[in-house]
Design a protein around this ligand. Structure first.
Ligand code: M6R
Length: 639
């Protein structure tokens, strides 16, 4: 995700900003920029690529300025940004800061402005000129249009017109020594110095200068000058903030206080899901069809779907296959990209190839994309990294806006891939007339509410940690489920293998008796998933088969399917307990862990959370290097 830094005080601003940005590099970025005020003029400089390119450009600008241009060395106020592209490809123009028409208002922004299209149209009609493809650029223009001499008031009025998630920092030469910052669903921290103040989206950028901070809450606005920081709520009422003293060291701070990036990314899933889903669904649950990839005329051409991917992305494809067939009644196959490319697949121009990848650089997936395209298929990429090779080579793209994923084990990318594929299935279901309008809206509303369900699944982490400690002492484990649960079981076994090095297998629950049951001996851990009402009784019978052979079953299911405490049918929370608490009276050899209630078609994104946590805590218990498992790389760019 993007990074923000800001400074007001007596020091030269540029070195402070560049140092802060370098401390945020670990978050991943594709471009960087700064805007500083030298007392007379603004120097704005931005570059696609690494920070070193920005530094070189700044050195050049300062030298070239030579008394005529702004002098960055004199600047004592400024804002800086590392961008991780969402709207618009990585480029110099799309990098932040963005300015208004007059160059009086400069803005850096993290997050997504959902209603930027309508704002841009409105502003363009009033004569504003836009230079980038970003959603961010509407903000300085809005401020410009609302400014009547009071910067704080104009920023407040502008941000009230924004829908979505944002952390924004604003600088204006009309108000020297002042920064205005607003937080809405995207983190922002003020660093408190002596005669100077700092701003950052993440604590590591501040630690060199101060450990005293104000953590801004939702809707709060901060006005920073060298000697004061004033914070107000959404209604403009002053807020008395408590100073939060940071005690973490820099490496802990990069991980937001979590022990590993993987755990941080697991916990980022609610945010990642809202960024991916909220801009694409109305509050009523209807899919906004503005993206090219959702164009009804283009989609009408296809008679079948092939979902092509590797590893975790392939497991997301398995969920996609179920949902496309169930909701849109279109034949769908999920296939490993490394197999697809060599088997002369039966693919033609009636086929939609959905190519799924977090990195957008996986060699096998790229090759499958080319194979499908060469055979005439339409290619839709579901990709996380904007401007990546797969995004560029595909005909159309639906981005997952999960933010950068640093841990080798993919977590938040998976849930966002599942969310996008669900949205696609829902959309195709409507277009093909297989999903009635009211039913589609109901599912759309549940999909929009998925981040909250995932949040509840995360609240059961302590219980999953107990289970993980028991599993960690074994060398083999099994995961079983039926239908969508089998798809999740496959992702669960990969996660466990990959980071804990425990040998794990996923089986369709009904298939155990055809061979695998021979491997179940007293104490063998078997994780059973049962989230599907029409299949849960069958899965329970398979659980009994395991139990009868002495296997130890950990059953993950919503209370409505086990009869245990938890959310009732009306969605009430479990009396006295969070999610994933012990559920129904456990029979000997079966432990029940309760999952949050959710529409069964959306269960994978919730059920995968305890599976990710199980793998994580088992790996920690075994002393494994969680973020960098042996022999594996984050992006596999070789065949
Ligand atoms: O970047 P991609 O999504 O294309 O990567 C595909 C796989 O290499 C990836 O999902 C891999 O399986 C992960 N390490 C799983 O956690």
């Amino acid at each position: 995700m993007c990074g923000i830094v800001g400074y007001v005080g007596p020091r030269p601003a540029l070195p402070v900003l560049l140092d802060g940005l370098s401390r945020l590099e670990y978050r991943g970025y594709d471009s960087a920029g700064v805007a500083v005020f030298d007392g007379d003029r603004v120097l704005a400089c931005k570059r696609q690529g690494r920070l070193s390119r920005l530094e070189a450009a700044l050195a050049h600008e300062i030298l070239a300025g030579g008394g005529t241009g702004p002098d960055g060395r004199r600047a004592r106020t400024g804002i800086g940004h590392t961008r991780w592209a969402t709207h618009g490809v990585p480029s110099d123009e799309n990098a932040h800061p963005h300015g208004d028409c007059s160059g009086r208002f400069w803005v850096v922004h993290n997050g997504i402005i959902e209603n930027y299209r309508e704002l841009k149209e409105e502003l363009a009609a009033r004569g504003h000129r836009f230079l980038s493809q970003t959603d961010t650029e509407v903000i300085p223009h809005l401020i410009e249009s609302l400014y009547e001499g009071d910067l704080v008031r104009a920023v407040g009025a502008a941000t009230r017109r924004l829908r979505g998630s944002y952390a924004v920092a604003v600088m204006s030469p009309l108000h020297p020594d002042t920064l205005v910052a607003v937080r809405q669903e995207s983190p922002l921290v003020v660093g408190l110095g002596e005669g100077e103040n700092f701003l950052a989206s993440d604590v590591p950028a501040l630690l060199e200068y101060t450990r005293n901070t104000y953590i801004l809450d939702e809707g709060e606005m901060a006005v920073l000058t060298p000697d004061r920081v004033e914070v107000a709520d959404r209604a403009g009422r002053p807020v008395a903030k408590r100073v939060f003293r940071v005690t973490w060291d820099a490496s802990m701070a990069e991980k937001g206080g979590y022990g590993h990036f993987m755990l941080k990314e697991i916990h980022e899933q609610p945010t990642a899901l809202s960024q991916t889903l909220a801009p694409r669904l109305t509050e009523e649950g209807e899919v906004r069809g503005e993206e090219e990839a959702l164009d009804p005329a283009w989609l009408a051409r296809f008679r079948r779907v092939h979902l092509l991917a590797c590893g975790t992305a392939y497991h997301a494809g398995l969920v996609g296959k179920y949902l496309l067939e169930r909701l849109a009644r279109i034949p769908a196959e999920a296939e490993l990209a490394s197999e697809f490319r060599y088997r002369e697949p039966l693919v033609d121009r009636d086929t939609l190839a959905v190519v799924i990848s977090q990195s957008g650089e996986t060699a096998d997936t790229r090759a499958a994309l080319r194979e499908a395209r060469a055979r005439g298929a339409g290619v839709l990429a579901v990709v996380n990294v904007v401007g990546s090779s797969i995004a560029r080579e595909a005909e159309r793209v639906l981005y997952t806006w999960a933010g950068p994923e640093i841990a080798v084990a993919s977590t938040k990318a998976y849930s966002c891939q599942v969310a996008v594929l669900t949205l696609l299935a829902l959309h195709l279901g409507r277009l093909r007339g297989t999903l009635p309008a009211e039913e589609a809206r109901r599912l759309g509303r549940s999909l929009r509410a998925l981040p909250a369900v995932v949040e509840r699944a995360l609240s059961g982490a302590a219980r999953v940690e107990e289970v993980a400690r028991c599993v960690a002492v074994h060398e083999d484990a099994f995961f079983i489920g039926r239908g969508l649960d089998y798809a999740v079981a496959q992702e669960a076994q990969l996660k466990l293998k990959e980071i804990s090095y425990i040998h794990a297998e996923a089986y369709p629950a009904g298939e155990l008796k055809h061979g695998t049951l021979a491997l179940i001996v007293p104490g063998t851990p078997v994780v059973a998933l049962a989230t599907q009402p029409d299949l849960s009784e069958k899965t329970m019978s398979n659980v009994e088969e395991v139990r009868a052979r002495g296997g130890h079953v950990y059953l993950f299911a919503p209370a409505s399917l086990t009869g245990g405490p938890g959310e009732g049918p009306g969605g009430r929370p479990a009396p006295g307990g969070g999610e994933a608490s012990a559920g129904a009276e456990a029979a000997a050899g079966v432990e029940v862990i309760t999952l949050p209630e959710v529409d069964p078609r959306l269960a994978p994104a919730a059920a995968v959370v305890p599976m990710q946590l199980l793998a994580y805590y088992a790996a920690v218990a075994r002393g494994c290097d969680v973020d960098k498992p042996r022999n594996l790389a984050k992006s596999v760019t070789v065949e």
